[in-house]
Design a protein around this ligand. Structure first.
Ligand SMILES: CC(C)(COP(=O)(O)OP(=O)(O)OC[C@H]1O[C@@H](n2cnc3c(N)ncnc32)[C@H](O)[C@@H]1OP(=O)(O)O)[C@@H](O)C(=O)NCCC(=O)NCCS
Length: 167
């Protein structure tokens, strides 16, 4: 049997959020984690966005933000984050949008696949029929990861690739 990484998802309370922020700052590039606010690098705007984003998502998919975030734990250590947001229903039914980032030291060992598999199970539990994820055309690791989970990939004119997973 292949060796599966010990990965789980946990809710983001204030303590977990500060661990995630510390991981993001020391072990990821700001653009992988937050929108390009306030210029390059980590700055007050990005840090404020990071905390506000996780707090707004604390009420879950049925809360006001229609979004939930989790921390990814690998062998009990905070390794990154996944998110799921309700979007407009498609022809297939209720839909959502997913996102993921991992600290660099947790990449390339199957953690992303395990975390997204758990996220898709949460999406299924919430009654979603389809999950979409958008990535840059140059992000081959993300595309490989998503197609490994059964996603259909479609290149768009704006230089992004839209991945669609049916549940
Ligand atoms: C994208 C990300 C989550 C991938 O997670 P990961 O656990 O590191 O995934 P892996 O490195 O195990 O790679 C997944 C697959 O991509 C492949 N891959 C990795 N780098 C690749 C590259 N440069 N070219 C082609 N394939 C690549 C791996 O071989 C693996 O394929 P396999 O499962 O068939 O063996 C992680 O790299 C990350 O956090 N990146 C920054 C944020 C980001 O890009 N998020 C995605 C937005 S949708």
């Amino acid at each position: 049997m292949p060796h599966l990484p010990d990965v789980s998802l946990v809710d983001v309370d204030d303590a977990v959020m500060e661990s995630l922020l510390a991981l993001a700052k020391r072990d990821a590039s700001p653009d992988e984690v937050a929108p390009p606010l306030g210029g390059p690098g980590w700055n007050a705007e990005r840090t404020a966005w990071f905390r506000a984003h996780h707090r707004a998502a604390a009420d879950g998919l049925d809360g006001r933000a229609g979004e939930k975030t989790w921390a990814v734990l690998c062998c009990g250590e905070v390794a990154g984050s996944v998110r799921l947001k309700r979007t407009e229903a498609t022809g297939r039914g209720p839909a959502g949008e997913a996102g993921i980032w991992l600290g660099r030291s947790f990449r390339s060992r199957g953690v992303g696949g395990a975390a997204l598999t758990l996220l898709l199970a949460e999406a299924r539990k919430a009654g979603l029929a389809q999950v979409l994820a958008r990535t840059l055309a140059g992000n081959l690791a993300a595309q490989q990861l998503l197609s490994g989970l059964g996603a259909t990939l479609a290149g768009e004119d704006d230089g992004t690739v839209l991945a669609t997973v049916g549940l």
